[in-house]
Design a protein around this ligand. Sequence first.
Ligand code: ATP
Ligand code: MG
Ligand code: FE
Length: 350
Amino acid sequence: PLVLGIESSCDETGVGIVRGTELLANAVSSSMDEHVRFGGVIPEIASRAHLDALIPTLRSALDTAGVSLDDVDALAVTSGPGLSGALMVGVAAAKALALATGKPLYAINHLVAHVGVGVLDGGALPRSLGALLVSGGHTEILRVDALASDVTLLGATIDDAAGEAYDKVARLLGLGYPGGPAIDRIARGGNPKAIRFPRGLTLPKFMGTADSPGRHRYDFSFSGLKTAVARCVEQYEARGEEIPVADIAASFQEAVVDVVTSKAVLACREQGLENLLLGGGVAANSRLRELLAARCASAGIALRIPRPGLCTDNGAMVAALAAQVVMAGGRPSGIAFGTDSGQPVSAITL
Ligand code: ATP
Ligand code: MG
Ligand code: FE
């Protein structure tokens, strides 16, 4: 089926068009530049930017794909999770398009879409699949039994997201926003073992054992790490010493990457999952890719990472998942759904 997908859950306005598992267009407009001076995404600014960008992005996607709205078989939109004002813009636009054209509309879960996008890069997803999602807004481990109907949330951050931690630490180190790419770059010249920063939720009292798992076995926490970096910087300042930015960046990055890779691999092994898909904006991180590839290889897990433009938020991922739902015989959502994670077609079991 020819499917048009709309994404507006955070700071990217995305419209993607796919035919089955073939990518025809992926137009994205980001309001990131407007958030730079605040050091993080401001919901009201993001919502207004979506309003401005939606129609031009839609036109651009249709042009690139060389199709008209008439040709489209189904419409899809991210219904959650995300910033509610931002989601509302995409959802209202999608409902209006559905009403005007009479095309079926599918409400799509953003997290599952980050996994579903995998079909556009490397073909059908394997059975027995786990997913590690790391971005500015979320950090989760999922078990994917059926993309269109059966996805389980195994673990998630209990405070900051991984990308958010990068952004906050980059600010502490005076590296600007967004912080991920800056820390990635400067960490290459630093010693990741210079400072031993805390690995959140890895103590036995949180992890438990395989037979008797603790409440936070597959969960993450990055706010303590952020505080530890802040204390570390303060100590250098109090002593009047120069702050070893590269060593702190490398040591911070190692703490994040060590925990996310080890918990993702642990979850795959314990759940009997032979494949792992990495998604979200932090998937661009070079140390994360390196360590995850090494740990997956030694555990016998096949690792799949969609190309960077498909890992960050985009409309193609929404269209790609909806196409899978259509092909699996899933029913359209109507136009009465809300913008919480609601009753997305691709349900997440909590
Ligand atoms: P969502 O959480 O809904 O996916 P988002 O806009 O917060 O949306 P993305 O656009 O997927 O997230 O990714 C942006 C995040 O990725 C930022 O926090 C940024 O710092 C981080 N990031 C980007 N490149 C890198 C990198 N090379 N290393 C680490 N983090 C990175
Ligand atoms: Mg973004
Ligand atoms: Fe996302």
